[in-house]
Design a protein around this ligand. Structure first.
Ligand code: ADP
Length: 245
């Protein structure tokens, strides 16, 4: 379980402080596919960067199974990093390396032996449906296939939580559908908790069982996706829903 408690993040800039997160609290249960939705500038990326430990929060806590991840350093931070797999918006693939080498990368960094790495890479490429593209380079792949490589790489270290930043915003509707189905099956097969940051309501509606709506750095609504879609309480959720029609 992940408990985000009163999380805040302030960026000091020349013209004064920018409060990107102003006390965000949310609970994400094991096995959830959890959506974080909001308009541009709401604080989604900052929240994701805090959750994947790339950004140190200014205040509050991120409790993963009771351990506060918000203020770790050194070996503890590296161990915590391995519990969080991240798929970034632009995929961040290594262009000079093959699909298999990209997926192997985190395992090699963690000093797994060669045979173990090869077996795990084969298993992961099978899982994401790219077993036949192991020797291809990212430039030879479609957007959806690059997304699958990024997913396989994020899952390599068997994370407890998979964070996806706008996983489908660059994809066409058909590819979006297949990526969302893949995320659903990964959630089911591996039991990994998935957190999806998105501005696309359709993504949340398709796969998230629970969701939070953020606006202006704070939570304006959270709960079961079905209930929020049926009866949105916040003006932002209503606006997002209205916009979709
Ligand atoms: P979203 O992902 O929802 O579009 P962000 O988390 O990127 O929102 O940004 C939230 C707010 O924080 C915005 O006002 C943005 O300008 C500000 N912000 C984000 N990162 C920084 C930064 N590194 N320095 C200063 N301000 C930032």
């Amino acid at each position: 379980m992940i408990e985000i408690k009163n999380l805040s993040k302030t960026f000091p800039v020349k013209t004064g402080d920018v409060a990107a997160l102003t006390g965000v609290s949310a609970t994400i249960a094991d096995g959830d596919i959890f959506g974080i939705i909001g308009m541009s500038g709401a604080g989604k990326s900052t929240l994701l960067r805090c959750l994947c430990l790339l950004e140190q929060p200014s205040g509050g806590q991120i409790l993963l199974d009771g351990q506060d991840l918000a203020h770790l350093s050194g070996a503890e931070l590296r161990t915590a990093h391995r519990k969080m797999g991240v798929v970034f918006q632009g995929y961040n693939l290594l262009m000079q390396k093959t699909v298999a080498e990209n997926v192997a990368f985190p395992l090699k960094l963690a000093k797994h032996d060669k045979a173990q790495v090869a077996a795990r890479v084969a298993e992961l490429l099978e899982l994401v449906g790219l077993a036949d593209r192991a020797a291809s380079y990212p430039s030879q792949l479609s957007g959806g296939q690059k997304q699958r490589v990024a997913l396989a790489r994020a899952l390599a270290s068997r994370p407890e939580v998979l964070l996806c930043d706008e996983p489908t915003s660059a994809l066409d509707p058909l590819t979006t559908k297949s990526v969302l189905e893949l995320l659903k099956s990964i959630n089911k097969k591996l039991g990994v908790t998935i957190i999806i940051i998105t501005h696309e309501l359709s993504v949340v509606r398709t796969i998230c069982n629970r969701m939070v709506v953020i606006d202006n750095g704070g939570v304006v609504e959270q709960g079961f996706t079905r209930e929020i879609f049926e009866n949105p309480q916040s003006s932002v959720a209503r606006l997002l829903l209205g916009k979709e029609v």
